[in-house]
Design a protein around this ligand. Structure first.
Ligand SMILES: Nc1nc2c(c(=O)[nH]1)N[C@H]1C(S)=C(S)[C@@H](COP(=O)(O)O)O[C@H]1N2
Ligand SMILES: [Mo]
Length: 218
């Protein structure tokens, strides 16, 4: 093959890869162009709106604890020091709120769902999780959805402790679902067999909440 020919092949290869990259082909999430990262009906914001029931519990780290119970082999109660002693991970993900705003590239730090599962060991009957929060909020999630690689119990956002208004000291982050599934001020995770709706799920929100298929309301 002449140098010209191989140069041409190479040029075409690079060109098609560049096109793929522009289209976000074979890619999901952070490498896709903005048009494709934004689920249907959402608009991009650069601020971070606050949404909750209007009560923002003031939980200092010395009062904070997380109980994980129900259908697990090893129930735990983690105080702050126990929680911080677990392996720490970082993950960058997008927020999609059912009120139609999305926020890209949030850098979270905390304990991964997978690590928590490896510690508490759900029993085979465990199929769902109810998250309970210090403000009385609840939300439900299939165990499978919690076990996703990008799910974590976060204590930091962009390198700083999550503020009280956004659910600090610890909130759940479930990037692939609408943000109401991400409990702020989490204090208990209850593993159960039969699904049970949480606060918003009881009030007309969709039970699953996938932004890509617009599972907003039931
Ligand atoms: N404990 C608790 N968690 C909660 C809520 C709440 O009222 N209480 N609201 C949910 C809803 S509807 C949304 S959109 C997000 C908002 O999180 P933010 O205020 O950090 O944007 O938190 C979710 N988690
Ligand atoms: Mo929400």
């Amino acid at each position: 093959m002449s140098e010209d020919q191989s140069g041409e092949i190479r040029r075409k290869l690079v060109e098609s890869k560049e096109n793929w990259a522009r289209e976000g082909r074979l890619l999901t999430g952070t490498n896709a162009p903005p048009e494709q990262r934004l689920p249907p009906g959402q608009r991009l914001v650069t601020n971070w709106p606050v949404l909750d029931l209007g009560v923002q519990p003031d939980i200092s780290t010395d009062k904070w604890h997380l109980r994980v119970d129900g259908l697990v082999e090893n129930p735990v109660v983690w105080k702050w020091a126990d929680f911080m002693a677990q392996p720490q991970v970082e993950d960058v993900s997008d927020i999609h709120c059912v009120t139609a705003w999305s926020r890209f590239d949030n850098r979270w730090e905390g304990v991964s769902a997978r690590h928590l599962l490896s510690v508490v060991k759900p029993k085979p009957e465990a199929k769902h999780i109810i998250f309970h929060s210090f403000d009385g909020y609840t939300t439900n999630l299939p165990l499978e959805a919690f076990a996703d690689a990008d799910v974590l119990l976060a204590h930091s956002w962009e390198g700083k402790p999550i503020t009280k208004e956004h659910g600090g000291p610890v909130r759940v982050i479930v990037p692939k679902l609408y943000f109401w599934k991400s409990a702020k001020w989490v204090n208990r995770m209850e593993f159960i067999a039969a699904d049970r709706p949480g606060f918003w799920e009881e009030r007309g929100y969709h039970n699953e909440g996938d932004p890509w298929t617009e599972q907003r309301y039931s």
